[in-house]
Design a protein around this ligand. Sequence first.
Ligand SMILES: [Zn+2]
Ligand SMILES: [Zn+2]
Length: 128
Amino acid sequence: MKRKTVQRDAIQEVFLRKNRPLRVEEILEFGRSAVESLNQATVYRNLKLLVESGWLRAIHHPEAGTLYERAEKEHHHHFHCRSCDRVFELPGCALNERKSTPPGFIAEGHEVFLFGLCSSCRKVAAKA
Ligand SMILES: [Zn+2]
Ligand SMILES: [Zn+2]
């Protein structure tokens, strides 16, 4: 159906434009500027399809909850701003998995979340 494609295109467009991990509410908010008929159920359905097709991957942040990001990106870490609640990508990986793992353990992967204030929130905090 054509309508479904339009909605999925709008969601993919949001990810390409924002270029950072997004929460369902953010996808809904940004996607609605392109396709007004977008609702939460549609977003969830399309996110599921995009994860299944390997275009998106879900990341689980202890405070920010489930976020989605493009799966094609190389391994990287994330920064959660506690003020605006946005999650940013930190390119690259400075963690040595082998050195950080106790003897006898096998690490299968890792997620690193830094937290604090992003540059725009820091400026606001400095002015206050
Ligand atoms: Zn911020
Ligand atoms: Zn890493």
